[in-house]
Write a protein that binds this ligand. Structure first.
Ligand code: DI6
Ligand code: FE
Length: 414
Protein backbone atom coordinates (compact mmCIF):
# COMPACT_ATOMS: atom_id res chain seq x y z
CA UNK A 1 0.00 0.00 0.00
CA UNK A 2 1.22 3.48 -0.85
CA UNK A 3 -0.32 6.61 0.57
CA UNK A 4 -0.08 9.79 -1.48
CA UNK A 5 -0.33 13.29 -0.06
CA UNK A 6 -1.07 16.36 -2.17
CA UNK A 7 -0.42 19.75 -0.57
CA UNK A 8 0.26 23.32 -1.76
CA UNK A 9 -3.25 23.37 -3.19
CA UNK A 10 -6.82 24.48 -2.56
CA UNK A 11 -9.75 22.10 -2.83
CA UNK A 12 -13.35 22.30 -4.03
CA UNK A 13 -14.74 19.17 -2.41
CA UNK A 14 -18.24 19.64 -3.91
CA UNK A 15 -19.54 18.63 -0.47
CA UNK A 16 -21.90 21.55 0.11
CA UNK A 17 -21.77 23.64 3.27
CA UNK A 18 -24.04 26.58 4.22
CA UNK A 19 -23.43 29.38 1.68
CA UNK A 20 -20.70 27.28 0.11
CA UNK A 21 -22.12 24.93 -2.54
CA UNK A 22 -18.66 24.00 -3.80
CA UNK A 23 -17.24 23.06 -0.38
CA UNK A 24 -14.16 25.27 -0.76
CA UNK A 25 -11.10 24.68 1.38
CA UNK A 26 -8.01 26.86 1.02
CA UNK A 27 -4.50 25.66 1.84
CA UNK A 28 -5.71 22.10 1.81
CA UNK A 29 -4.30 18.59 1.79
CA UNK A 30 -5.61 15.48 0.04
CA UNK A 31 -4.53 11.99 1.06
CA UNK A 32 -5.27 8.82 -0.89
CA UNK A 33 -4.23 5.20 -1.22
CA UNK A 34 -3.08 4.01 -4.65
CA UNK A 35 -3.92 0.37 -3.87
CA UNK A 36 -7.67 0.63 -3.38
CA UNK A 37 -7.77 3.99 -5.20
CA UNK A 38 -9.76 5.64 -2.40
CA UNK A 39 -9.46 8.96 -0.61
CA UNK A 40 -8.27 8.77 3.00
CA UNK A 41 -8.38 12.38 4.15
CA UNK A 42 -9.37 15.78 2.69
CA UNK A 43 -9.26 19.08 4.58
CA UNK A 44 -7.22 22.05 5.80
CA UNK A 45 -3.53 21.21 5.73
CA UNK A 46 -3.08 22.46 9.29
CA UNK A 47 -5.43 19.73 10.57
CA UNK A 48 -3.66 16.87 8.81
CA UNK A 49 -3.00 13.97 11.20
CA UNK A 50 0.64 13.96 12.32
CA UNK A 51 3.23 11.31 11.48
CA UNK A 52 1.94 10.26 8.04
CA UNK A 53 4.22 8.26 5.79
CA UNK A 54 3.17 9.23 2.28
CA UNK A 55 4.54 10.01 -1.16
CA UNK A 56 4.47 13.81 -1.33
CA UNK A 57 3.06 15.82 -4.25
CA UNK A 58 2.98 19.59 -4.67
CA UNK A 59 -0.02 21.29 -6.29
CA UNK A 60 1.80 24.57 -7.13
CA UNK A 61 -1.00 26.55 -5.57
CA UNK A 62 -3.67 25.20 -7.93
CA UNK A 63 -7.22 24.02 -7.25
CA UNK A 64 -8.28 20.40 -6.87
CA UNK A 65 -11.78 19.32 -7.95
CA UNK A 66 -13.29 15.87 -8.27
CA UNK A 67 -12.38 14.30 -11.61
CA UNK A 68 -15.00 15.48 -14.10
CA UNK A 69 -17.81 13.17 -15.21
CA UNK A 70 -19.39 13.31 -18.67
CA UNK A 71 -22.75 11.67 -17.96
CA UNK A 72 -24.18 11.55 -21.51
CA UNK A 73 -22.21 10.71 -24.66
CA UNK A 74 -22.58 8.70 -27.84
CA UNK A 75 -18.87 8.80 -28.50
CA UNK A 76 -18.60 5.36 -30.11
CA UNK A 77 -19.98 5.80 -33.65
CA UNK A 78 -18.86 5.43 -37.25
CA UNK A 79 -18.24 8.36 -39.58
CA UNK A 80 -19.50 11.93 -39.45
CA UNK A 81 -22.35 14.05 -40.80
CA UNK A 82 -20.81 17.29 -42.02
CA UNK A 83 -22.95 17.21 -45.20
CA UNK A 84 -26.04 17.20 -43.02
CA UNK A 85 -24.67 20.17 -41.12
CA UNK A 86 -24.40 22.02 -44.39
CA UNK A 87 -28.02 21.13 -45.30
CA UNK A 88 -29.19 22.42 -41.95
CA UNK A 89 -27.31 25.69 -42.49
CA UNK A 90 -29.31 25.99 -45.74
CA UNK A 91 -32.59 25.65 -43.87
CA UNK A 92 -33.36 21.92 -43.53
CA UNK A 93 -34.37 21.00 -39.98
CA UNK A 94 -32.96 18.13 -37.92
CA UNK A 95 -36.38 16.47 -38.08
CA UNK A 96 -36.67 16.97 -41.90
CA UNK A 97 -33.33 15.23 -42.37
CA UNK A 98 -34.29 12.35 -40.07
CA UNK A 99 -37.61 11.84 -41.87
CA UNK A 100 -35.82 11.81 -45.25
CA UNK A 101 -33.73 8.82 -44.11
CA UNK A 102 -30.65 10.76 -43.03
CA UNK A 103 -29.78 11.63 -39.47
CA UNK A 104 -29.25 8.85 -36.95
CA UNK A 105 -29.88 6.16 -39.58
CA UNK A 106 -26.97 7.35 -41.71
CA UNK A 107 -24.66 6.92 -38.71
CA UNK A 108 -26.19 3.46 -38.19
CA UNK A 109 -25.02 2.50 -41.69
CA UNK A 110 -21.48 3.71 -41.00
CA UNK A 111 -21.37 2.08 -37.56
CA UNK A 112 -22.57 -1.29 -38.87
CA UNK A 113 -19.93 -1.21 -41.60
CA UNK A 114 -17.06 -0.27 -39.28
CA UNK A 115 -15.01 -2.98 -37.60
CA UNK A 116 -14.57 -2.88 -33.83
CA UNK A 117 -10.99 -1.78 -34.44
CA UNK A 118 -12.14 1.12 -36.66
CA UNK A 119 -14.77 2.20 -34.14
CA UNK A 120 -12.15 2.17 -31.40
CA UNK A 121 -9.70 4.21 -33.50
CA UNK A 122 -12.41 6.78 -34.25
CA UNK A 123 -13.56 7.01 -30.62
CA UNK A 124 -10.10 7.43 -29.05
CA UNK A 125 -9.44 11.03 -30.18
CA UNK A 126 -12.85 12.08 -28.86
CA UNK A 127 -12.14 10.36 -25.57
CA UNK A 128 -8.69 11.98 -25.44
CA UNK A 129 -10.27 15.43 -25.80
CA UNK A 130 -12.39 14.71 -22.74
CA UNK A 131 -9.47 13.28 -20.77
CA UNK A 132 -7.32 16.33 -21.56
CA UNK A 133 -9.96 18.33 -19.66
CA UNK A 134 -9.81 16.33 -16.44
CA UNK A 135 -12.59 13.82 -17.18
CA UNK A 136 -12.20 10.58 -15.20
CA UNK A 137 -15.62 8.95 -15.82
CA UNK A 138 -17.53 8.87 -19.08
CA UNK A 139 -20.90 7.38 -19.95
CA UNK A 140 -21.16 5.95 -23.48
CA UNK A 141 -24.40 4.89 -25.15
CA UNK A 142 -24.95 2.37 -27.89
CA UNK A 143 -27.74 3.17 -30.36
CA UNK A 144 -25.98 3.35 -33.72
CA UNK A 145 -25.98 -0.42 -34.22
CA UNK A 146 -29.67 -1.25 -33.82
CA UNK A 147 -29.16 -4.98 -34.29
CA UNK A 148 -27.77 -7.28 -31.64
CA UNK A 149 -24.33 -7.79 -33.21
CA UNK A 150 -23.75 -4.11 -33.93
CA UNK A 151 -25.06 -2.99 -30.53
CA UNK A 152 -22.81 -5.57 -28.91
CA UNK A 153 -19.84 -4.37 -30.97
CA UNK A 154 -20.48 -0.76 -29.91
CA UNK A 155 -20.82 -1.60 -26.22
CA UNK A 156 -17.71 -3.80 -26.31
CA UNK A 157 -15.72 -1.01 -27.96
CA UNK A 158 -16.97 1.43 -25.32
CA UNK A 159 -15.79 -0.90 -22.56
CA UNK A 160 -12.51 -1.58 -24.34
CA UNK A 161 -11.68 2.14 -24.30
CA UNK A 162 -11.05 1.77 -20.57
CA UNK A 163 -8.26 -0.71 -21.25
CA UNK A 164 -6.50 1.84 -23.51
CA UNK A 165 -6.89 4.89 -21.28
CA UNK A 166 -7.09 5.63 -17.54
CA UNK A 167 -10.83 6.28 -17.43
CA UNK A 168 -13.91 4.61 -15.99
CA UNK A 169 -16.51 3.88 -18.68
CA UNK A 170 -20.20 3.29 -17.93
CA UNK A 171 -22.25 1.86 -20.78
CA UNK A 172 -25.90 2.51 -21.56
CA UNK A 173 -27.96 0.41 -23.98
CA UNK A 174 -29.89 2.73 -26.32
CA UNK A 175 -31.30 0.14 -28.72
CA UNK A 176 -34.46 2.28 -28.97
CA UNK A 177 -32.66 5.25 -30.54
CA UNK A 178 -34.13 5.13 -34.06
CA UNK A 179 -36.05 2.74 -36.28
CA UNK A 180 -33.53 0.83 -38.43
CA UNK A 181 -34.36 0.62 -42.17
CA UNK A 182 -35.15 -3.11 -42.06
CA UNK A 183 -38.01 -2.35 -39.63
CA UNK A 184 -39.46 0.59 -41.61
CA UNK A 185 -43.14 1.00 -40.73
CA UNK A 186 -42.92 -1.60 -37.93
CA UNK A 187 -41.92 0.18 -34.75
CA UNK A 188 -43.60 -2.38 -32.46
CA UNK A 189 -41.73 -5.23 -34.13
CA UNK A 190 -38.50 -3.30 -33.63
CA UNK A 191 -39.30 -2.76 -29.94
CA UNK A 192 -39.81 -6.57 -29.75
CA UNK A 193 -36.30 -6.91 -31.18
CA UNK A 194 -34.92 -4.41 -28.64
CA UNK A 195 -36.54 -6.41 -25.83
CA UNK A 196 -34.83 -9.53 -27.17
CA UNK A 197 -31.41 -7.81 -27.37
CA UNK A 198 -31.52 -6.47 -23.83
CA UNK A 199 -31.21 -9.71 -21.80
CA UNK A 200 -28.52 -10.99 -24.14
CA UNK A 201 -26.37 -7.85 -23.84
CA UNK A 202 -27.06 -7.72 -20.11
CA UNK A 203 -25.94 -11.34 -19.66
CA UNK A 204 -22.65 -10.36 -21.30
CA UNK A 205 -22.25 -7.70 -18.60
CA UNK A 206 -22.33 -4.86 -21.11
CA UNK A 207 -25.26 -2.83 -19.77
CA UNK A 208 -25.16 -0.43 -16.81
CA UNK A 209 -28.39 1.37 -17.73
CA UNK A 210 -31.07 1.49 -20.43
CA UNK A 211 -32.06 4.60 -22.39
CA UNK A 212 -34.72 5.41 -25.03
CA UNK A 213 -35.15 8.32 -27.46
CA UNK A 214 -38.79 9.27 -26.80
CA UNK A 215 -39.72 11.71 -29.56
CA UNK A 216 -42.01 12.17 -32.58
CA UNK A 217 -39.17 11.10 -34.87
CA UNK A 218 -38.22 8.18 -32.61
CA UNK A 219 -40.34 6.19 -30.11
CA UNK A 220 -43.70 6.83 -28.45
CA UNK A 221 -44.52 6.93 -24.79
CA UNK A 222 -46.08 3.45 -24.94
CA UNK A 223 -43.03 2.02 -26.74
CA UNK A 224 -40.74 3.69 -24.22
CA UNK A 225 -42.71 2.10 -21.41
CA UNK A 226 -42.29 -1.37 -22.90
CA UNK A 227 -38.51 -0.93 -22.86
CA UNK A 228 -38.55 0.46 -19.32
CA UNK A 229 -40.61 -2.46 -18.03
CA UNK A 230 -38.13 -4.96 -19.45
CA UNK A 231 -35.18 -3.04 -18.06
CA UNK A 232 -36.70 -2.81 -14.60
CA UNK A 233 -37.58 -6.52 -14.68
CA UNK A 234 -33.85 -7.19 -15.19
CA UNK A 235 -33.01 -4.82 -12.33
CA UNK A 236 -31.44 -2.25 -14.67
CA UNK A 237 -31.87 1.48 -14.08
CA UNK A 238 -33.38 3.61 -16.84
CA UNK A 239 -32.68 7.02 -18.36
CA UNK A 240 -34.55 8.92 -21.06
CA UNK A 241 -33.90 11.30 -23.94
CA UNK A 242 -36.98 13.34 -23.02
CA UNK A 243 -38.72 16.49 -24.31
CA UNK A 244 -35.85 17.50 -26.62
CA UNK A 245 -37.90 18.56 -29.65
CA UNK A 246 -41.45 18.38 -28.24
CA UNK A 247 -43.30 17.74 -24.99
CA UNK A 248 -44.08 14.02 -25.17
CA UNK A 249 -44.66 13.58 -21.43
CA UNK A 250 -41.59 11.37 -21.29
CA UNK A 251 -40.18 12.88 -18.10
CA UNK A 252 -43.26 11.93 -16.06
CA UNK A 253 -43.13 8.39 -17.44
CA UNK A 254 -39.43 8.10 -16.67
CA UNK A 255 -40.02 9.41 -13.14
CA UNK A 256 -42.63 6.68 -12.62
CA UNK A 257 -39.86 4.19 -13.37
CA UNK A 258 -37.45 5.91 -10.94
CA UNK A 259 -35.24 7.00 -13.84
CA UNK A 260 -31.72 8.02 -12.93
CA UNK A 261 -32.00 10.93 -15.34
CA UNK A 262 -34.03 12.67 -18.01
CA UNK A 263 -31.84 14.31 -20.60
CA UNK A 264 -32.29 17.40 -22.88
CA UNK A 265 -35.64 18.72 -21.46
CA UNK A 266 -36.03 21.89 -23.55
CA UNK A 267 -39.81 21.17 -23.73
CA UNK A 268 -40.21 19.89 -20.15
CA UNK A 269 -43.62 20.76 -18.65
CA UNK A 270 -44.16 21.85 -15.03
CA UNK A 271 -45.86 18.48 -14.36
CA UNK A 272 -42.87 16.64 -15.78
CA UNK A 273 -40.51 18.70 -13.63
CA UNK A 274 -42.56 18.02 -10.51
CA UNK A 275 -42.58 14.28 -11.24
CA UNK A 276 -38.79 14.34 -11.60
CA UNK A 277 -38.44 16.22 -8.30
CA UNK A 278 -40.54 13.62 -6.51
CA UNK A 279 -38.64 10.69 -7.98
CA UNK A 280 -35.20 12.25 -7.42
CA UNK A 281 -34.47 12.04 -11.16
CA UNK A 282 -31.52 14.15 -12.36
CA UNK A 283 -32.02 16.65 -15.21
CA UNK A 284 -29.09 16.21 -17.61
CA UNK A 285 -28.82 19.40 -19.66
CA UNK A 286 -27.09 19.25 -23.03
CA UNK A 287 -26.24 22.75 -24.24
CA UNK A 288 -24.12 21.55 -27.20
CA UNK A 289 -27.21 20.01 -28.87
CA UNK A 290 -29.24 23.15 -28.11
CA UNK A 291 -26.50 25.28 -29.67
CA UNK A 292 -25.75 23.07 -32.68
CA UNK A 293 -29.43 22.61 -33.62
CA UNK A 294 -29.85 26.37 -33.15
CA UNK A 295 -32.77 25.83 -30.79
CA UNK A 296 -34.40 28.79 -29.11
CA UNK A 297 -36.31 27.16 -26.28
CA UNK A 298 -34.19 26.56 -23.19
CA UNK A 299 -34.86 23.98 -20.45
CA UNK A 300 -36.85 25.41 -17.50
CA UNK A 301 -33.80 25.89 -15.29
CA UNK A 302 -35.45 28.30 -12.82
CA UNK A 303 -38.25 25.79 -12.19
CA UNK A 304 -35.84 22.86 -11.84
CA UNK A 305 -33.84 24.92 -9.35
CA UNK A 306 -36.97 25.89 -7.39
CA UNK A 307 -38.10 22.26 -7.22
CA UNK A 308 -34.65 21.06 -6.15
CA UNK A 309 -34.11 18.83 -9.18
CA UNK A 310 -30.34 18.15 -9.43
CA UNK A 311 -28.99 19.38 -12.76
CA UNK A 312 -26.08 17.78 -14.61
CA UNK A 313 -24.29 19.06 -17.72
CA UNK A 314 -22.93 16.72 -20.39
CA UNK A 315 -21.53 16.91 -23.92
CA UNK A 316 -24.01 14.53 -25.69
CA UNK A 317 -20.94 13.90 -27.94
CA UNK A 318 -22.61 12.53 -31.11
CA UNK A 319 -22.26 13.06 -34.87
CA UNK A 320 -25.69 14.61 -35.52
CA UNK A 321 -26.73 17.07 -32.86
CA UNK A 322 -23.58 17.62 -30.79
CA UNK A 323 -20.24 16.87 -32.50
CA UNK A 324 -18.48 18.14 -29.42
CA UNK A 325 -15.96 16.57 -27.06
CA UNK A 326 -15.41 19.40 -24.60
CA UNK A 327 -17.02 19.18 -21.18
CA UNK A 328 -15.43 22.48 -20.12
CA UNK A 329 -17.23 24.21 -23.00
CA UNK A 330 -20.47 22.83 -21.50
CA UNK A 331 -19.66 24.69 -18.27
CA UNK A 332 -19.50 27.94 -20.20
CA UNK A 333 -22.59 27.18 -22.30
CA UNK A 334 -24.55 25.97 -19.27
CA UNK A 335 -23.99 29.35 -17.62
CA UNK A 336 -24.33 31.57 -20.69
CA UNK A 337 -27.07 29.80 -22.66
CA UNK A 338 -29.06 28.12 -19.85
CA UNK A 339 -28.34 30.59 -17.02
CA UNK A 340 -26.98 28.08 -14.55
CA UNK A 341 -24.87 29.64 -11.84
CA UNK A 342 -21.18 28.68 -12.10
CA UNK A 343 -21.62 26.66 -8.90
CA UNK A 344 -24.52 24.74 -10.43
CA UNK A 345 -22.50 24.16 -13.59
CA UNK A 346 -19.60 22.71 -11.57
CA UNK A 347 -22.01 20.47 -9.62
CA UNK A 348 -23.36 19.43 -13.03
CA UNK A 349 -20.07 17.84 -14.11
CA UNK A 350 -19.22 16.33 -10.71
CA UNK A 351 -21.68 15.35 -7.98
CA UNK A 352 -24.88 15.64 -10.01
CA UNK A 353 -23.29 13.88 -12.98
CA UNK A 354 -22.35 11.00 -10.66
CA UNK A 355 -25.93 10.80 -9.48
CA UNK A 356 -27.20 10.79 -13.10
CA UNK A 357 -25.17 7.58 -13.48
CA UNK A 358 -26.26 6.10 -10.14
CA UNK A 359 -22.67 6.31 -8.82
CA UNK A 360 -22.45 7.10 -5.10
CA UNK A 361 -18.67 6.59 -4.93
CA UNK A 362 -17.49 9.71 -6.80
CA UNK A 363 -18.26 13.29 -7.77
CA UNK A 364 -17.21 14.69 -4.38
CA UNK A 365 -13.98 14.62 -2.42
CA UNK A 366 -14.32 12.93 0.93
CA UNK A 367 -12.74 9.95 2.67
CA UNK A 368 -13.97 6.62 1.34
CA UNK A 369 -14.85 7.93 -2.12
CA UNK A 370 -12.74 7.27 -5.20
CA UNK A 371 -9.49 9.18 -5.59
CA UNK A 372 -10.52 10.71 -8.93
CA UNK A 373 -9.01 14.22 -8.88
CA UNK A 374 -8.28 17.04 -11.27
CA UNK A 375 -5.61 19.60 -10.31
CA UNK A 376 -6.05 22.88 -12.20
CA UNK A 377 -3.60 25.81 -12.48
CA UNK A 378 -6.38 28.37 -11.88
CA UNK A 379 -7.15 31.13 -9.36
CA UNK A 380 -10.67 29.95 -8.52
CA UNK A 381 -12.89 27.01 -9.59
CA UNK A 382 -15.23 29.45 -11.34
CA UNK A 383 -12.42 30.07 -13.84
CA UNK A 384 -13.43 26.71 -15.34
CA UNK A 385 -16.81 28.21 -16.30
CA UNK A 386 -15.49 31.65 -17.18
CA UNK A 387 -12.70 30.86 -19.64
CA UNK A 388 -13.71 28.91 -22.73
CA UNK A 389 -11.96 27.39 -25.69
CA UNK A 390 -8.72 27.38 -23.72
CA UNK A 391 -6.38 24.63 -22.78
CA UNK A 392 -5.85 24.20 -19.03
CA UNK A 393 -2.75 22.24 -18.06
CA UNK A 394 -4.78 19.95 -15.83
CA UNK A 395 -3.18 17.04 -14.02
CA UNK A 396 -5.41 14.13 -13.18
CA UNK A 397 -5.48 11.31 -10.65
CA UNK A 398 -7.76 8.46 -11.72
CA UNK A 399 -8.52 5.68 -9.21
CA UNK A 400 -5.51 6.81 -7.15
CA UNK A 401 -2.96 6.93 -10.01
CA UNK A 402 -1.54 10.01 -11.68
CA UNK A 403 -2.53 9.93 -15.31
CA UNK A 404 0.00 10.78 -17.98
CA UNK A 405 -1.07 13.17 -20.73
CA UNK A 406 -3.36 11.41 -23.24
CA UNK A 407 -0.95 11.94 -26.11
CA UNK A 408 1.76 10.15 -24.13
CA UNK A 409 -0.57 7.23 -23.55
CA UNK A 410 -1.47 7.23 -27.22
CA UNK A 411 2.20 6.95 -28.10
CA UNK A 412 2.71 4.20 -25.56
CA UNK A 413 -0.05 2.20 -27.28
CA UNK A 414 1.01 3.00 -30.85
N1 DI6 B 1 -30.88 12.94 -29.21
C1 DI6 B 1 -29.77 13.54 -29.63
O1 DI6 B 1 -29.50 14.71 -29.50
C2 DI6 B 1 -28.90 12.53 -30.20
N2 DI6 B 1 -29.65 11.34 -30.01
C3 DI6 B 1 -30.78 11.63 -29.45
O2 DI6 B 1 -31.59 10.77 -29.17
C4 DI6 B 1 -28.68 12.80 -31.65
C5 DI6 B 1 -28.17 11.61 -32.37
C6 DI6 B 1 -27.83 11.87 -33.81
O3 DI6 B 1 -28.36 12.78 -34.46
O4 DI6 B 1 -27.00 11.11 -34.31
FE1 FE C 1 -28.04 11.97 -26.60
Amino acid sequence: MSLHLLTDCHVATLVPAPNDPLGLCRDAAVLWDDQDGLLRWVGPRGQLPAGLQAVQHGGQGGWVTPGLIDSHTHLVHGGGRSQEFRLRLHGASYEDIARAGGGIVSTVRATRQASAHELLAQALPRLDSLLAEGVTTVEIKSGYGLDVLSERKSLEVARELASHRAVDVRTTFLGAHALPPEFAGQPEAYIDAVLAMLPELHSLGLVDAVDVFCERIAFSLAQTERVFQSARALGLPVKLHAEQLSDMGGAALAARHQALSCDHLEWLSPEGARAMAQAGTVAVLLPAAFYFLRESRVPPVALLRELGVPMALATDCNPGSAPCASLLLMLSMGCTLFQLTPEEALQGVTCHAARALGLADRGQLQPGLRADLALWPIDHPIDLCYRFGQHHAVRTVQAGRWRSAPFQEAQAHA
